[in-house]
Write a protein that binds this ligand. Sequence first.
Ligand code: AMP
Length: 281
Amino acid sequence: MEILRSVSELRQWSREQRKNEGNSIGLVPTMGALHAGHASLIRAAAASCSHVAVSVFVNPTQFGPNEDYARYPRTLEADCALAEANGASVVFAPSVEELYPAGAATFVEVEGLSNRLDGASRPGHFRGVTTVVSKLLIAAEPDRAFFGQKDAAQVAVLRRMVADLRLAAEIVVCPIVRESDGLALSSRNAYLSPSERTQALALSRAIRKTEALAASGQHRDAILIETARQILAAEPDIRVDYIELVNWATLEPVETAAPGSLFAIAAWVGATRLIDNTILA
Ligand code: AMP
């Protein structure tokens, strides 16, 4: 597996592939510690693009001062093996200095949306995400970029960014990959103790209950949110960050669930913050 380290190498690689008519470039941005959720994105990219770049970069600007940037898992060797096995052509693994050159003072921010959901509890988080993803899109010039519905608010912010900047890449959203017991895969699941791991199942339980209520005709925000809150409240080490029913495009709260509404949960399980969501049918 070829590992590219500089923006100019990535751009050169992308332009080289494009010289052959019919070739297309897929980009899968990640922070590494790759798992089956990332693998599903890479496979989707390989299925629809002739060449796939997977970026592995723990982006410092999307972490708050008291968050887990320093201890975030870094497993590049295993990441390259997983990327290759799932159809990636190259891995882009730049240094922090490569993506943020000395004196870097340019940021990309989607106003409004960036202060909703995770953006409300993690100030500056989405500004870091939009800044790094725009750098990656400008460098790789992909036809399509692949993201997980797991980070549904991130998807809304990135769709707005791509539309506003009139970027050429198409955003493709892939379903949430879960463990067999329902827990949404996350690199942060590695932080959970065995007891926390068990309690964390309350998130996916609450999501499934919400889906069942909505399917049975219960669309009121207050009832859906309160039911989920009670499921999470039964776990001693869980503290809710937010439970919201929103319009997926604007991230603004809605009182009545409609097809396409986003029901999203963020909760602390011990010291680990986990998220889960569903797009209601
Ligand atoms: P991360 O490395 O956590 O920044 O995630 C990189 C990409 O993988 C993002 O687009 C995530 O939404 C996606 N992703 C993470 N976990 C999952 C999952 N369980 N299922 C599907 N996609 C995921």
